[in-house]
Ligand binder design. Structure first.
Ligand code: SAM
Length: 854
């Protein structure tokens, strides 16, 4: 097809008046193929629907450029196209945007030139023939893209991120289309297996995000090991993923194969192109040197995330554990092993112990001896110092253990490789829930060991598993992907079941609303929901904060150490458990299990507006609001069961840098702890003034005095159901719910201190009506005491008391992060037969006399 023929054809279509953007697609395809006979130009609507540009240009199966076409006459600079064009520009290095008449060329996201081959004049498409020659040259030039060698880590991270972003978008669109069509494509099945076996509430968007990052990082890991720089492909990538990472290898074998979802093939191949132009090993070598960062992988990941999703990078500060913290904890564990467990080599210890293991029993009479007839106990030898990070993330703790031990071996390369194979890899265990972090952790371990000169002598895998620490294995749901996941879970389960874990360390996730509610962990959690002494159920109306993920991980760790009979739990986690009254049963359980507890309270609780004792700034070591503490729990197995642990406590306030310096310059042995007594009933693990405890104990609890009590009302729709103006409230409710308002239900509410409003108190519309208690305040001339109840993350003391004659809102003291608590002085009891209410003191009987005397 010539340019003249092209313009004549599209003009003819244009003149019909009902042509759309895709009506011209075939003509442009033919035109480009005529100019570039050795190039395949494909236009597949199904891919386009899933986020691919309209045309993919490939030469010998290698993508070389993309064209995105909009309808004739569409303004290519229009704001409505910006989001899509920006996405393509950051992900695709060689790109053309066109409205079939004008062509804009972009190289590596930068505009290079534009050219017009026709114009609309008086409703007709008129060729601009003088531009034809130049247009043909520009298209030929467009196809001659020589990918530039990528030398800088920043450039590589930027280009990887651009493709990964586009890939996440394509995967998400594909999954959404699968949902619409109710089709179970292999991609959808992978997502469902992931949902069933790992993260139960994951949606298409989050899965796509994790998946795209995993592919990007998997490819990075593969290319890092690639000795043949001139070649790289999906197939090569699959062969190059180290054997130490079996899950990623299997995932990449799928990605390399013919069955890879055709909707994502093109973008995966784009990523291959980026790596084809990069010598990853060389780039990373220089990156480490140029940034002087201790961990080039993580810093490269930071650069990547900065490009991929700046918000995610910010969030990284929330979960990535700072080096001084990790380093302190690892050194502390090493010291404790030496001093408390008589293991002079500390973390490097290689001693072995015998454990019992249940194995299948085979039928001796059968020829192949492969028929299983039952189970039998056998004794096996395993390393004594088994280390587990159950929330491995990017593998910072396990990597720090390797670095710490390696110091002893520097200069003894031969012995080191043997040691790593025989005595290190078999002792380092990690569990991680997120595929991308898991890939990072493997990559980091792999690169770190390579850097130390370690040469693998066998095909040993790293014992870092993609699994949910808090759940037992799920049955394989028969898809390929789920069988890989269940392989991981099975192997992780073998660690959970058989490995005598002696050290549990890490930085568990923190989440008030934990999604981990599996039977196994919830039954273990029952121990923390008892009163100190471990017999009586915890007398707390709503102990839900104890279900935070970090508490579950502490319980998880305690389970392993108890099972082993001795060991160390070393975590950095929120400091709330140290003194929250609801956590008294948990503290007692910890005191009972362990012999010694060291807590270094790093404070930084901005919810409590913490400051240093001298009033100066107190910062968090993470970018989070909850204060945190480093906690080391030691169980030697020598303490008498009835004794409680010795507690050593240290408070560290100040700026973040000061805290980092303190941790870097100190060890567990040099800190000037305060030894804390074990004091019932709360067994606080913080420094309290216990001298006045006796006087305090002479008092009584408010809820023991005023027997009817509750936190305030939550409407969950204040904008509709709460109003200052009576008439406005009626209008709001009628409009929003399309009902006739019942005037009886309009009640006064203490909304904020001295800020009374009207609430439409319909118990069916109000989210939490607390009717059982609030009924005593409705339409009665009653009085109530209002106090503040400590809420999660807020101050743990009562500061405000006042009196009201209305129902109250839970957020009466909202600015102070404390729930408001109402205690009516009298209760009204309906005598149904007589149809009137009688008044009843709500005050505990013993106090009535005292009150009468007042
Ligand atoms: C605070 S981060 C730990 C960061 C890690 N130490 C690092 O520096 O990269 C917590 C990690 O636990 C993982 N995680 C959360 N819930 C988990 C679970 N139930 N099982 C295993 N890992 C989990 C998260 O994905 C996250 O990577």
């Amino acid at each position: 097809m010539t340019l003249h023929q092209y313009i004549t054809k599209i003009d003819r279509l244009y003149q019909t008046g009902n042509a759309r953007e895709h009506s011209y697609r075939g003509d442009l395809q033919n035109l480009i193929m005529a100019i570039l006979p050795d190039v395949l130009v494909t236009n597949e609507p199904a891919r386009v629907d899933c986020g691919a540009p309209d045309y993919v240009l490939t030469r010998k199966d290698v993508p070389i450029g993309y064209i995105e076409a909009k309808d004739i006459g569409v303004d290519l600079a229009s704001k409505t196209l910006k989001e899509q064009f920006d996405r393509y520009k950051s992900g695709l290095t060689n790109l053309v945007f066109t409205d079939y008449l004008e062509f804009h060329f972009y190289k590596e996201g930068v505009f290079t030139t534009k050219i017009e081959i026709a114009k609309i004049i008086n409703g007709a498409i008129i060729p601009i023939t003088e531009n034809f020659e130049q247009f043909t040259q520009l298209i030929k030039n467009f196809s001659l893209t020589v990918t530039q060698t990528i030398k800088s880590p920043t450039k590589l991270a930027e280009m990887m991120a651009g493709k990964a972003k586009l890939m996440a978008d394509v995967i998400e669109k594909s999954l959404n289309i699968d949902d619409q069509n109710e089709s179970r494509t292999p991609l959808k099945n992978q997502m469902l297996s992931f949902q069933q076996m790992l993260i139960h509430d994951i949606d298409n968007k989050s899965f796509s995000d994790i998946y795209a990052q995993t592919i990007a990082y998997g490819m990075f890991a593969a290319r890092y090991h690639d000795p043949t720089l001139p070649t790289f492909s999906r197939l090569e990538a699959a062969e190059l993923i180290p054997k130490s990472n079996p899950f990623l290898r299997k995932l990449f074998q799928d990605i390399a194969g013919f069955d890879l979802d055709y909707r994502i093939v093109w973008i995966v191949d784009e990523l291959v192109n980026i790596f084809l132009a990069s010598d990853v090993a060389q780039i990373m070598k220089n990156f480490g040197k140029s940034t002087k960062q201790e961990d080039p992988v993580v810093h490269f990941y930071e650069t990547f995330l900065g490009e991929y999703n700046p918000a995610l990078r910010k969030a990284r500060g929330v979960w990535y554990t700072p080096q001084p913290v990790v380093n302190f904890i690892v050194r502390a564990v090493d010291d404790i092993l030496k001093t408390e467990f008589n293991l002079p080599q500390g973390l490097a210890d290689t001693s072995k112990i015998k454990i019992k293991k249940t194995i299948p029993k085979f039928d001796e009479r059968s020829k192949t001896k492969s028929k299983i007839t039952g189970e039998q106990d056998t004794e096996i030898e395993v390393h004594k110092v088994q280390i587990l990070d159950p929330a491995t993330g990017t593998g910072t703790f396990l990597a720090e253990v390797v670095k710490h031990i390696y110091k002893k071996f520097e200069g003894q390369q031969g012995i080191w490789s043997k040691y790593v194979n025989n005595d290190l890899i078999p002792r380092l265990n990690g569990f991680e829930l997120l595929m991308a972090s898991y890939a990072m952790a493997h990559l980091k371990m792999d690169m770190l060991l390579t850097e130390t000169g370690y040469k693998p002598t066998d095909e040993q895998r790293f014992k870092i598993f993609l699994t949910n620490s808090l759940e037992e294995a799920h049955p394989d749901s028969q898809t390929l992907f789920s069988s890989w996941l269940s392989d991981e879970a099975d192997q992780a389960n073998a660690v959970k079941r058989d490995t005598p874990v002696m050290v549990v360390m890490g930085n568990p996730p923190y989440s008030g609303e934990s999604a981990n509610k599996g039977e196994w962990i919830m039954s273990l959690m029952e121990d923390y929901k008892k009163e100190p002494g471990g017999k009586e159920k915890l007398k707390e109306r709503n102990p839900k904060w104890i279900n935070d993920d970090y508490v579950k991980f502490m319980r998880f760790g305690q389970h392993f150490i108890d099972k082993n009979g001795s060991g160390i739990l070393a975590f950095i986690n929120p400091h709330g458990f140290l003194d929250n009254p609801t956590f008294r049963g948990m503290r007692w359980s910890l005191l009972q299990s362990y012999d010694k507890i060291y807590t270094i309270d790093l404070h930084g609780n901005s919810k409590k507006k913490e400051t240093a004792p001298d009033g100066s700034l107190d910062q968090n070591v993470f970018d989070i609001m909850q204060g945190v503490s480093i906690n080391l729990f030691v169980k030697t197995g020598e303490k008498k069961t009835d004794d409680l642990a010795q507690v050593f406590h240290y408070d560290l306030f100040g700026k973040r840098e000061l805290k980092y310096d303190f941790l870097s310059n100190n060890s567990i042995k040099t800190i000037d702890y305060k030894k804390l007594p074990n004091v019932a009933p709360n067994y606080f693990l913080v420094n309290k003034d216990f001298d006045i405890q006796e006087i305090y104990d002479e008092g009584f609890k408010v809820n023991e005095f005023l027997l009817s009590n509750s936190v305030g009302v939550v409407t969950a729709k204040d904008a509709i159901l709460v109003e200052e103006n009576y008439k406005n409230l009626i209008g709001n409710v009628e409009r929003y719910y399309n009902i006739n308002v019942d005037a009886q239900k309009i009640q006064k509410v203490t909304y904020r201190p001295f800020d009374n409003r009207y609430v439409y108190y319909d118990t069916k519309l109000v989210e939490r009506s607390r009717e059982k208690v609030m009924q005593h305040m409705l339409n009665h001339n009653n009085l109530a005491v209002v106090i503040n109840k400590p809420a999660q993350g807020g101050p743990d003391f009562y500061t405000d008391v006042f009196v009201t004659n209305t129902i109250i809102d839970q957020s009466t003291f909202s600015a102070m992060k404390r729930s408001a608590f109402i205690c009516p002085l009298t209760r009204w009891v309906k005598l149904i037969d007589l149809n009137f209410d009688i008044i009843n003191w709500s005050v505990k009987y013993e106090f009535v006399d005292i009150l009468n005397q007042c």
